[in-house]
Design a protein around this ligand. Sequence first.
Ligand code: HEC
Ligand code: HEC
Length: 366
Amino acid sequence: MKLKLALISLVLLGLLVKGCKKDPVANDEKLDGVHETTPYVLEHKPWYPPFRLPVDNQLTEEGVMLGRMLFHDPILSLDSTLSCAGCHIQKKGFTDGLKLSKGIKNQIGTRNSMALANLMWHNRLFWDGRALSIRQQVLGPIQAHNEMSMNLFDLMKRLQQSTRYQPAFKKAFNADQVTPEFLSKALEQFLVTMVSFNAPIDKLYGRTDTLNVISASALRGLKLFMQQVEDGGADCFHCHSNVPFFGNTSLNGSMSNNGLDMTFSDKGLGNVTGNETDNGKFKVPSLRNVEFTAPYMHDGRFDNLEEVLDFYSDQIKLQSPNLDINIASHNKQLNLTAQQKTDIIEFLKTLSDTEFMDNPKFKTPF
Ligand code: HEC
Ligand code: HEC
């Protein structure tokens, strides 16, 4: 371990020295080696919220492409069998369809894979909210022993020796040395380009004034979703807030206990902060593409949306510790009718962006 630390320090020191020396004007040979990058144009449509792009990681064609290659390449896992895309399958809204994710060597994880879309608007990442930025997040699954189980030091060596990646890092970041920072920046660039705003609901909200784009049932569902319980609604929006339902910019970084359990085998945010008052709080997931991301909840306990609606209708644990105020305040089961549940599900289906789930820009480049 000590030896590894010493080696890492050496590499870092080497980088620093190189960084200081780099003076492309003074050194013609170096100038030749510097690659111009091409800005990546992430189109902003009028019905999108303002972009929240990382200021210190400008999107470039080369960087996004490198991130895309890495996302789809099992090279990131210890035995080179599992890529990010292995657990984040595009046509399933970038989830894996499993109750709990399966890492290398068939190791079963402890949580359900999360949908990926519109991540630049999420304040926290992971079910327990432990990462505050995409860049911080991406190194997690690579190193997690029940996911890709890869040691970063070995991974840097592997990428550095790869005839595919060494030049790709050079092109994207003018990097002579592959480092965890460039790796995470490349993945961040790719992940922020995954913008999804072409679901029927987006047409309703931002693009046209016509209500005809969604069915009468879905419209009734939308109303139930948005209305307070006192007004006869199901009051989902207080937590799954924000019209176009990227759902993660509200109170407490959007970590809440929606009343699944009385005791918590997974403490969620409580594990991260150590505060008992955070036990049972999980990230309020975005409901975008939710039709395709079953099974549901952090532990995949519900197989379909019908089960989710049955839960919200009459199985909420009203005595659950730290139950969110938005549920605790009405302190009763919703007792939705069969029609109301159907309507809400019909509405949830209007959050499906099939164009996004088939967008060639996110598919494997290999
Ligand atoms: C073994 C399956 C698996 C692999 C491989 C995997 N993920 Fe995940 N991903 C998950 C699971 C499970 C979660 C939720 C984990 C948690 O909350 O602890 C998750 C969460 C995420 C999130 C957070 C999303 C959100 O809304 O908070 C992002 C982003 C993500 N993964 C990207 C990646 C990237 C990039 C890679 C490759 C470097 C990757 N994942 C590899 C299963 C996987
Ligand atoms: C108190 C806040 C809150 C309210 C109100 C709320 N939710 Fe949730 N919802 C959450 C949280 C938190 C999760 C994740 C819980 C977990 O996995 O532990 C979640 C998960 C879900 C999921 C699963 C998504 C996935 O990717 O696994 C669906 C679907 C959902 N909610 C729909 C609804 C609907 C429909 C309503 C209204 C009837 C509603 N929610 C009301 C906080 C809330």
